[in-house]
Design a protein. Structure first.
Length: 320
């Protein structure tokens, strides 16, 4: 069976790079169809994420070719939401969806491998950057520290995987059951489960135009990712409070000994004890409140409790 593949490409002010992208994707799709790897109705779906330049015009004129289509969002909703918009639209027509960036930094030569994996039965295929030599030292360092920090905080993400991935129709439908408002796809998709694998590629240079992720946006993205997936920072506050409380007891003993020895200024003992004691108590109390907020935060996410991978009895398959 040849899968019908939709390529979802979010675009935010990409007029400089889009003409190249359209050309290269057109060639790639034709090649894939010719190789009999994908269904001939496969398409590229551009998502215009509220661009202020000629992006939408370019998309509309590309859409005269049957291989291309586009949706325009009413305003700039951000990369992650644009991806979600594209995927949830494409899932109505496609057997699987591949998401990639408009600047084609994700090497499109590995698409064949993605599709091979899909045909072998994998439902999520993660593109993993095996080299990032074209990135500046700074970008590489910040990005890799981010992956390490996320792991340390207990968020299960695929190392060096951005948003270049293939998902089956079912995986996208399952993704849509996560009702989070703070979308951080890299964190959610591993929670879907299903059979998944990785494909390695070399990250390319941006073909034209400038990055749409300046440092400020990158930091906001990282902070969002951490705070939407981990309540460990709150736990560390509780821990700090506890340590301070323990320390206050040691200081209490020490202060009393000094007081008995008599070599202290009047008032020092009570002051130093209260600073440590009250400080410790306050941090612990904050952490405790934080724990409850953390529970509320998990509840309001309304994540699905489970997703079914297989049903063994043919007669039970037709409920939906
Ligand atoms: N993008 C988007 N909305 C935004 C910011 C970026 O749709 O608000 C898109 C952008 O057009 C590109 C992709 O997200 O297709 C990745 O952005 P970029 O290549 O600038 O990021 P970098 O590769 O530098 O991390
Ligand atoms: Mg890029």
């Amino acid at each position: 069976m040849k899968p019908k593949v939709f390529f979802v490409i979010p675009c935010f002010n990409e007029e400089e790079v889009l003409p190249f992208t359209i050309d290269r994707m057109n060639e790639k799709l034709n090649a894939l169809v010719e190789k009999d790897l994908i269904h001939q109705d496969s398409k590229v779906l551009f998502v215009d994420d509220g661009s202020g330049d000629n992006t939408w015009k370019l998309i509309k004129s590309a859409a005269q070719n049957e291989r291309f289509s586009g949706v325009k969002l009413s305003r700039n909703c951000g990369h992650q939401n644009a991806l979600m918009a594209g995927m949830s639209y494409a899932v109505n027509f496609a057997d699987c969806v591949i998401t990639l960036d408009a600047d084609l930094q994700d090497d499109i030569n590995v698409i064949d491998e993605f599709i091979d994996k899909f045909i072998q039965g994998y439902e999520i295929v993660y593109g993993v950057r095996s080299e990032r030599e074209v990135d500046t030292f700074f970008k590489r360092f910040t990005a890799q520290s981010f992956y390490k920090l996320m792991r340390f905080l207990g968020v299960e993400i695929v190392y060096n995987h951005a948003d270049y991935r293939l998902m089956s129709k079912r995986a996208v439908e399952y993704l849509m059951r996560f009702e989070e408002r703070n979308l951080f796809l890299r964190g959610i998709i591993p929670l879907i489960g299903l059979k998944s694998t990785t494909v390695h590629y070399k990250r390319q240079k941006r073909m034209a135009g400038k990055t749409k992720y300046p440092l400020k946006k990158m930091l906001a993205f990282a902070f969002d990712g951490i705070t939407s997936f981990s309540i460990k920072p709150i736990r560390y506050i509780t821990l700090a409070g506890f340590l301070m409380f323990a320390l206050s007891i040691i200081i209490l003993i020490y202060s009393i000994i000094q007081k008995i020895k008599g070599d202290v200024v009047p008032g020092w003992t009570s002051l130093s004890i209260s600073i440590w004691f009250i400080g410790g108590m306050q941090l612990m109390a904050l952490g405790l409140i934080g724990e409850y907020i953390g529970k509320i935060y998990k509840e309001v996410k309304r994540r699905p409790l489970f997703l079914i991978e297989e049903i063994a009895d043919e007669s039970l398959k037709e409920i939906e």
